[in-house]
Design a protein around this ligand. Structure first.
Ligand SMILES: Cc1cc2nc3c(=O)[nH]c(=O)nc-3n(C[C@H](O)[C@H](O)[C@H](O)COP(=O)(O)O)c2cc1C
Length: 178
């Protein structure tokens, strides 16, 4: 069982803490895990060339190529994003845009996915971030099996919330059993 988590945060903060804890739980139950921090990768912006509509691959031969492989190989993909202006972060949005070659690809069809959204405000604001991830998964025919949203603003706020960290750990354990 391979579980990959993709962090769309620009900092070592709440999204990373939540994803790490989910992965800790998954590892506890025997899964092989990996956290991809998009900010650490050399991933260019989708340039909108649309050549991928014919070729079904991306001509930008950057580190996104290895991220594609990790996503295709994973049994479960956890997508985590901070809420930025009632949407996903630019890092996460570009990750989504770079999937334009593959949104119809059989390797994504029914792949299990989890959505994680963190914002400083209430669900009234965070829900749009959640919806953006849900729409991406729907377009890619992926199977959203769990979603969590969290209100946290200071970078260490989620990590200091023991109840939340336990919930994430249990979620990870459950994902590894599916
Ligand atoms: C550019 C920017 C825009 C933001 N917009 C919102 C917003 O619209 N709604 C919200 O709930 N939080 C918003 N926030 C707060 C972040 O979502 C919050 O600090 C979150 O904890 C960041 O997650 P991270 O620690 O994983 O980066 C914004 C933060 C930044 C930097």
């Amino acid at each position: 069982m391979k579980i990959i988590a993709i962090s769309g945060s620009s900092r070592e903060g709440n999204t990373d803490a939540i994803l790490k804890r989910i992965l800790d739980g998954a590892r506890e139950n025997g899964a092989s895990i990996e956290l991809v921090r998009l900010r650490e990768r050399n991933i260019e912006l989708c340039d909108g060339c649309s050549s991928c509509e014919k070729t079904h691959h991306c001509h930008l031969l950057d580190e996104m190529q290895s991220v594609y492989k990790k996503v295709f190989d994973a049994d479960v993909v956890v997508l985590g994003s901070p809420n930025y202006f009632n949407n996903v972060s630019a890092l996460m949005k570009n990750f989504m845009d770079r999937f334009n070659p593959y949104w119809e690809d059989a390797r994504l069809k029914n792949k299990k996915a989890v959505a994680v959204c963190v914002g400083g405000q209430s669900y009234d604001s965070i829900k749009y971030c959640e919806q953006a991830i849900e729409q991406f998964l729907k377009i890619c025919s992926m199977n959203l099996i769990e979603k969590i949203w969290v209100t946290a603003d200071r970078p260490m706020e989620a990590k200091e919330n023991e109840e939340l960290m336990q919930k994430c750990f249990e979620l990870g354990k459950k994902l590894a059993e599916k």
